[in-house]
Design a protein around this ligand. Sequence first.
Ligand code: HEM
Length: 424
Amino acid sequence: MKKAITPELGREALLAFFKTRSPLGPLKAMAKHVGRFFQIPIPGFRPYVVFGPEAARKVLVTDRNKFLWRNTDPVTDLLRRGVLVTDGEEHDHYRGLMETPFHPSQLPNYTQMMIEQTDRVMSTWQDGQTVDMLIEGRKIALLIIMQTLFSKDAWDDIPKIWNPILKTIQYVSPGAWILWRKIPRFGYGKSLKAIDDYLYQIIDDRRQTLNDGQSSVVHRHNDLLQHLIDAGLDDDTTRDQMLTMLIAGHDTSTALLAWTFALLGQHPEIHSQVVQEIDQTEGKYQLLDNVIKESLRLYPPIHIGNRRVAEDVEFAEGTVPAGERMFYSIYLTQRDPAIWENAEDFCPERFSHGRKTPPMSYIPFGGGPRACIGAAFGQAEARIVIARLLQTFAFEPLNADKIHPYMGATLEPHPGVMMKVVRR
Ligand code: HEM
């Protein structure tokens, strides 16, 4: 049975909001007092929240056909027919077209590009300078996505696309539109158009190269963009998949890179052990991998899966009726004290002895047939980029104790991850 939400809980939730400066505080308070199934008690916004391995299995595997990914929100407005916001056969079609470039066998092709883009961003750093790893991480992640998936060297375009990208991310971040869906959204049009123009130009250029190449032998790209074009997608649908990949594939990596540096800054001993491992080992980094896993557990960049309920769904604790909005909380699942020992502590060690928690309790990339298509890519990218950064510079944390999670489009470390960088 669903437990009642008392005025005391309301007060505690509000206090938690001010203490943690984020809605994560109230969510945790609700989870603690009400359990793994509750409704957010905000007038005008009452989505259901579920978490834990049983709920995750239902949402991601057994009952997944009762849910829709396509929602009535700015994400769907922006991504239009992108793979992330379509359902059924249409989704499966796009997803099928994109599996090949993300297959683990393709990852070695990207390694060199990931290293080169990291080096380029580092080449702008002065010895002893203070950098914000939230910003530098975003530059690296953006360059990598553009290069690996669209064979586009975006280095010279960064000044032009930087602000439009940030605006686009802000457009899909939680805001007043949650309470008032049709609230006028001024100030985004120019930026959204700039990104569209940029992507349509890349599509145009590629089609042009293909036409030019019909009479002579030219180098054919074998990237994600080429897969979409070869499948006969029109320009609009191609743009929708590209924008989906650009946003889903770089904002998440940005958060992962920044959080990992934040955590290393907060745990100097582990920080130096990671540096030592990178200096002494070739390629296989056990501790770094565990640090990345633990970073994804404590601060999952996508902390919530957003669904529209198409058919009534019964959970152990109650039913979510058709038509409602529902979240499955990755954050609460991965910090559930009933599952995780010392759930709130940063402890990369916990991943070194094989799995000790039930399946579906560690879900930073979701799960089931619609799990993240970029999971292997994103983890390889984090490993390669972080190792390269730590090999080249020493990082001295400057604001480690002031960092707190902020719910934007992803869970971000705010107000940034300030580091003094000294060339090694
Ligand atoms: C690096 C960290 C990343 C994290 C933590 C992450 C997390 C996730 C999660 C949790 C989902 C499932 C959401 C749900 O169930 O509603 C998802 C889906 C998705 N991710 Fe990622 N992601 C990451 C990187 C990437 C990358 C690098 C790409 C592409 C280049 C990508 C593209 C996608 C796409 C297209 C989907 C939708 C898949 C579908 O619906 O079939 N992600 N991601």
